[in-house]
Design a protein around this ligand. Structure first.
Ligand SMILES: [Zn+2]
Length: 78
């Protein structure tokens, strides 16, 4: 049997997925894939995916280009 993780999230009354997300956030990693994520809760790929998911749901008329995911996108893509 594998040894269960014992940390500050072990006894929280939240789902296993939420604990995974909280642990990744604490370790400054993407909450979806575990890749390094320095300035946000997700890596750039998943930051963009999450943004576009919300865009599809909320159907906003404008894009706020000052948002972190747009700034990172501009910085990393030529
Ligand atoms: Zn990711």
């Amino acid at each position: 049997m594998r040894i269960p993780i014992k940390d500050e999230f072990t006894n929280l009354a939240v789902s296993r997925q939420r604990k995974y997300q909280l642990r990744k956030q604490r370790d400054r990693r993407c909450t979806e894939c575990g890749a390094p994520a320095e300035s946000a809760s997700r890596c750039l790929k998943h930051l963009i995916a999450a943004r576009e998911r919300q865009r599809a749901r909320n159907k906003p008329r404008k894009r706020y280009l000052g948002t972190l995911s747009y700034r990172l996108e501009a910085a990393f893509k030529p």
